[in-house]
Design a protein around this ligand. Structure first.
Ligand code: FA5
Length: 334
């Protein structure tokens, strides 16, 4: 029996050098290690031997089996590595998983186009802004209670912060362009707040600003109407409500009918049938003055739309946290 095992091992060692590809390797495995292979057929004869002999032969059998298995594994690793390094023209191609543009980035491109057609310049601003830009210039002085509306990620002991809203760029671009002017600032904002279906710690806003001789609330309403009809590709019911922002007077909040429950009331819209998608209003004279604009001549309106909120309504997405979840089952749907 030992001699037979030696012969099998020798034969396996010789065959090892003739294995050229994965098909040869599989034949090798079947011949020596397979269920009906050479080793398996020998093991069926063990029962004919007395117990002591059987034990000794069993050990030697295991040794030979392990040697052959090691030959098999080392050749397998070699062939796989070689296959990766050398391009085999006859081998069928491997499917490569393609990346894709994230839904948010895709929608930003469409939104930029719509506002550009409406005559707005497109800006992005910076995510890191000063306290002055995010608050003071917007009529929100230190210790003013309205600062609590925006839970802030401060940097460098309150000198800089991650912008809590894109309104932080209103004065900057008004100084840059001079009226009459229309621009949007689109990008990521950050808030140190608890998350839920409608609230994330990082999300995107679209800030719109128009300053001119006749910029007024009725123009703001028609810009909203045109924007949303173009974006959703259908007529949209928009509701304007009174609100408060220190940098607009009067101030408005803008709601759209909830698509998830079709206005019936669900957990996303807090059972109201509507989802808040933007803040807006006429720019406060204090802010216009910070931008060195003659407030006896020019008026301005501004708005800040929550980007994720409108994408949720467009694509029936029930939870804002899905956008940054890195869950490919979500991302690959769009
Ligand atoms: C503002 O941030 C104001 N800067 C908007 C503004 C601009 C008012 C210009 C007047 C003039 P508010 O905090 O309400 O307002 O946020 C605006 C929109 O961002 C909300 O209507 C909502 O759609 C979205 N939003 C607010 N917080 C979150 C959040 N945590 N997660 C996702 N979206 C949010």
């Amino acid at each position: 029996m030992k001699e037979q095992l030696d012969n099998i091992l020798k034969e396996a060692q010789d065959s090892y050098y003739h294995i050229k590809n994965l098909k040869d390797l599989e034949n090798f495995r079947i011949k020596f290690l397979g269920r009906n292979g050479l080793l398996a057929s020998l093991s069926s004869k063990f029962k004919d031997f007395p117990l002591e002999v059987r034990k000794e032969i069993g050990q030697y059998f295991n040794f030979v089996k392990e040697e052959i298995n090691n030959l098999y594994l080392s050749k397998k690793e070699f062939l796989i590595t070689q296959k990766k390094i050398f391009f085999d023209l006859s081998h069928p191609g491997e499917k490569i998983e393609k990346g894709r543009i994230h839904l948010i980035s895709k929608e930003i491109l469409k939104i930029k186009k719509i506002f550009s057609n409406l005559g707005f310049n497109i800006e992005e601003g910076r995510e890191l802004v000063s306290e002055k830009e995010n608050f003071d210039l917007l009529n929100i002085p230190p210790n003013h209670p309205s600062r609590d509306l925006w839970d802030t990620f401060w940097i460098n002991k309150k000198e800089y912060l991650l912008r809590t809203h894109t309104s932080a760029h209103q004065v900057e671009y008004l100084l840059k362009y001079k009226p009459p002017v229309k621009f949007i600032v689109i990008g990521k904002v950050y808030r140190h707040e608890a998350t839920d279906q409608r609230h994330e710690m990082q999300f995107h806003q679209i800030e719109g600003v128009s300053v001119g001789l006749q910029s007024n609330l009725s123009e703001l309403k028609s810009v909203f109407q045109i924007f949303f009809e173009n974006y959703f590709n259908k007529k949209i019911e928009i509701v304007f409500r009174n609100s408060y922002f220190p940098f607009t007077e009067p101030s408005l909040e803008v709601d759209i009918s909830c698509v998830i429950c079709k206005g019936k009331g669900c957990s996303l819209c807090k059972k109201s049938g509507y989802l808040e998608i933007a803040g807006a209003g006429m720019i406060h004279p204090y802010v216009l003055q910070q931008a060195k604009i003659n407030i006896n001549k020019y008026y301005g309106y501004a708005f800040g739309i929550g980007l994720e909120r409108i994408i949720m309504l467009k694509f029936n997405i029930p939870d804002v946290r899905l956008f940054h979840s890195m869950d490919l089952r979500f991302i690959n749907q769009f």
